[in-house]
Design a protein around this ligand. Structure first.
Ligand SMILES: NC(=O)c1ccc[n+]([C@@H]2O[C@H](COP(=O)([O-])OP(=O)(O)OC[C@H]3O[C@@H](n4cnc5c(N)ncnc54)[C@H](OP(=O)(O)O)[C@@H]3O)[C@@H](O)[C@H]2O)c1
Length: 234
């Protein structure tokens, strides 16, 4: 896939994997709309991209808020007239035994990681359908392919993303729209900030920049990937 000039929305672009992806895609010439809640962080990412002669806008968004989601789409269409790529990356994780999780925590994981992703995809999909082309990239997780201890609601949300990606891909095939499900293993990002050290120590972490480089080069060399699993050699 040629990335130059493609209009791309990235959620969760204020830090971590989304930020690294945004910088790389900016360098490849994508025109970007970056969304997340932390406006100052987003602004810094957009400034960095624009200083490198990229073209990035940003919008403060809580993706659990449907009005905010609609604003991402309308800003993108106002600024760039089209949407070529949607990268659903925003996500949260809580690691602890299920009995220690509150109902609120369980619901919030599903709200951010799955419900919001489906809602934004739906709006963007309607636009892509009219154009007869587009690419939806969902950042699931290896926890969306295999069970993982003390992460039952997170696994449920990510298995949900994987299932959504696979099923939507079947519908999209004849409509010119591609769906890629991305399943990284553990990366050194802020996702683990609130995880207790006793759970954290079993992970081997990859650098988010390196994982982002693999994803971008995979997209450049084969735009038809339906799934990309990236885990660290043990
Ligand atoms: N790190 C890993 O080990 C790993 C492994 C596999 C998959 N993943 C997936 O990779 C994706 C990116 O995570 P990360 O590792 O880069 O973690 P991170 O550093 O914590 O970044 C998460 C991003 O999601 C955004 N976000 C969270 N809640 C949001 C909300 N309600 N509305 C809008 N944005 C929201 C955050 O921005 P604000 O706080 O500014 O809103 C931030 O930009 C997630 O989907 C995660 O599940 C991560």
């Amino acid at each position: 896939m040629i990335l130059k000039n493609k209009v791309c929305i990235i959620t969760g672009a204020s830090r971590g994997f989304g930020k690294e992806l945004a910088i790389l895609l900016g360098q490849k010439g994508c025109r970007l709309v970056l969304a997340a809640r932390e406006e100052n962080e987003l602004k810094l990412v957009a400034e960095k991209i624009n200083k490198l002669k990229g073209n990035a806008r940003f919008i403060k968004t809580d993706i659990t808020n449907y009005n905010d989601i609609k604003q991402i789409v309308s800003l993108t269409l106002t600024e760039f007239k089209t949407i070529d790529i949607l990268i659903n990356n925003a996500g949260i994780m809580i690691i602890k035994p299920f009995e220690q999780m509150t109902r609120k925590e369980c619901e919030y994981i599903i709200d951010v990681n799955l419900r919001a992703l489906i809602n934004l995809t739906h709006l963007v999909y309607l636009h892509m359908l009219k154009k007869g082309k587009g690419h939806i990239i969902n950042i699931s997780s290896i926890a969306g392919k295999r069970p993982s201890m003390n992460k039952a609601p997170y696994c449920a949300s990510k298995y949900g993303v994987t299932g959504f990606s696979e099923a939507l891909a079947l519908e999209c095939k004849s409509k010119g729209i591609k769906v890629t499900n991305v399943c990284p293993g553990a990366m050194k990002t802020h996702l683990f900030d609130n995880v207790d050290a006793k759970y954290k120590k079993k992970y081997v972490f990859m650098e988010p920049k390196e994982v982002a480089m693999v994803l971008v080069s995979a997209l450049e060399s084969n735009g038809c990937l339906d799934e990309l699993i990236m885990t660290q050699m043990q």
